[in-house]
Design a binder for this molecule. Structure first.
Ligand code: B16
Ligand code: MG
Length: 213
């Protein structure tokens, strides 16, 4: 195994938790359109891009939506989601995440974000990490979202590292698959800790420090 020099963090579900905001925003759209949507369906949206999330939600729709209608629904959802993001502050960065990030930086690891979200930069600003990471690869610089490895490959390139020199920390099955297919070492937290593709399951984010030190 190559020496680990960098850590690439998924954003939502690892660094911070906006899944309930995604849920509330999609639920408002689904209810208005009379489409059934629940938390179980919401689970399938983790790590998946906005338009692909909408396609999953529309599986329960009673009619076909045009491309133009879908663009509008996705835009409306994002407006609701961004309104909810404005409730976030530095207090939404947990002490466990903060001490892990600063601890790894202190040990010389290069640190990046690899997120499907096009709102990554705004979220990082809100939680006080706007200038923290050595690289940010997100929904704005990729053509294909997780489970495609593109977002993590771009993050590794920005860090000047090979995939096998980076650990990817993920909470979603789509992200673990992306890390696996891209040749990264994966660490899974939450549901992703139970994925058969996860190289290193984590009970809490702090275990990352114990493992990498
Ligand atoms: P946006 P991650 C993902 O973030 C979320 O898990 C997923 O639910 C969301 O659909 C996706 O970002 C796109 O977000 O609408 O803000 O572009 O887990 O990859 O950090
Ligand atoms: Mg995630």
């Amino acid at each position: 195994m190559a020496a680990i020099k960098g850590v690439i963090f998924d954003l939502d579900g690892v660094i911070c938790f906006t899944d309930n905001f995604h849920y509330r925003a999609w639920k408002a759209i689904a209810d208005r359109e009379h489409i059934y949507f629940d938390e179980k369906i919401n689970n399938r949206l983790r790590g998946v891009s906005r338009m692909e999330s909408l396609d999953i939600i529309l599986e329960k729709a009673e009619r076909i939506y045009s491309g133009e209608e879908k663009e509008r629904l996705a835009e409306e959802k994002n407006e609701i989601y961004k309104g909810l993001l404005s409730e976030m502050s530095r207090e939404d960065l947990s002490s466990a995440v903060k001490s892990t990030l600063y601890g790894l930086r202190g040990k010389g690891y290069l640190l990046a974000v690899g997120s499907s979200s096009k709102n990554t930069k705004q979220i990082l600003e809100r939680i006080g990490l706007g200038d923290f990471f050595d690289a940010v690869s997100d929904g704005t610089n990729i053509a294909r979202s997780k489970p495609d490895p593109e977002v993590f490959i771009k993050a590794a390139q920005m860090l000047g590292l090979e995939p096998e020199e980076c650990v990817v920390v993920e909470d979603a099955e789509a992200g673990i698959r992306a890390a696996h297919d891209g040749g990264f070492v994966s660490a899974g937290i939450g549901e992703a800790a139970r994925s058969p593709l996860t190289d290193h399951p984590l009970g809490t984010i702090r275990e990352l420090m114990e493992w990498l030190l």
